[in-house]
Design a protein around this ligand. Sequence first.
Ligand SMILES: Nc1ncnc2c1ncn2[C@@H]1O[C@H](COP(=O)(O)OP(=O)(O)O)[C@@H](O)[C@H]1O
Ligand SMILES: [Mg+2]
Length: 391
Amino acid sequence: MSLAASKPTVSAAPAKVAVRLAGLWKTYPGGASPAVKDLSLDVLHGEIVTLLGPSGCGKTTTLRMVAGLETPDAGDIFFGEQAVVISSRRISLPPNKRNVGMVFQSYAIWPHMTVAQNVAFPLKARRFPKNEIKDRVLRALDLVGLAGYEDRPGPLLSGGQQQRVAFARALVTEPRVLLLDEPFSNLDAKLREQMRISVKLLQKRLHIAMLFVTHDQIEALSLSNRIALMNFGVVQQQGDPRLLYEKPVNEFVRDFVGRTLLFRGTVQSSNPSGQMAIALAGARDCVVFGRCYNPGGMKNGASVYIGVRPEDVDIQAALGADAPAGMIGGITQAALFVGERIEYQVEVDGQGMIMIYGERHKPVDEGSKVWLKLRPEGHTAWASDWSHKEE
Ligand SMILES: Nc1ncnc2c1ncn2[C@@H]1O[C@H](COP(=O)(O)OP(=O)(O)O)[C@@H](O)[C@H]1O
Ligand SMILES: [Mg+2]
């Protein structure tokens, strides 16, 4: 280990941390602004951490810095206690000394080789003994569900199988971290779902650290122990999937992760921790509770938007003229049957048009009066000037 003698000045990661990124910056030559700005992130052993964000937000750049394919302008990278990059001291371990496994969107399977030859390649490059190569290749193929495919030529594999070979090839060296850059993007929806499950099971079995990159929020939510959501090179929020979904810290996070319905309301009261009671506009008597992340900016009586997740609203056929206390009325303008649910365009009293999800087994007619019931709590509150827009 060439860096053994050179102890970092910054604190190395504690034992449970497999990969630590600390204050990484990267601007490409000629780039107007940094591709990655001050990014810090830990991946623990046995954890899948996902970099999520729109195209161009700096996900691949981050991954390439971990692999050693790009050099950060500033910041440090540790694998466990080993210093891999210490920018201030111009320390940077070359890629072939980092022992990372990588899987990309393009499978990069060599067509002139068999499955076994493809998977054996990184071991041959490192001059592993023949017997060990054979054992490891068989184990890796077994792990990804391709036992028995050793002699199959690359071109005779389906897309999903090729991607499994790429996984086996990335795992065969028993890497310290597995880096995955949009590995399922080229697969169709069904196969993507299967691969998601395979990767989750694989991670449970191997207890390996994975740094996963995707722009697909469903992939991120379902696979990750933690997500770092990025925009313009900056991590907007980091946490477990539920945290990002239920407690988004800004509108970007709110709108990127899942769907949000915005209801108009007026602040009735709030406490210093940001919890507030909000009266729903257009309802006789409907108050819900939500959280606000700039509580200073919202006084009692202020107009706000209530951010509501679609599954937190119940829709039912109206049974009388006026909505009962705690509910708000509306008229369904259109009903879209999408299989697992029905999506209604509802003209909501005092609110405007809002898309509401309804149960397949309790359909409501188009053009009929409905009542909506919001979950009483767990919503988010957002500054808004909706009352001014109406004037
Ligand atoms: N080799 C490069 N040279 C110059 N600019 C680049 C290069 N690679 C990426 N970029 C720019 O850096 C930003 C981040 O890119 P990237 O990390 O590939 O984003 P993502 O993977 O999230 O789509 C983008 O604005 C992109 O255009
Ligand atoms: Mg990318």
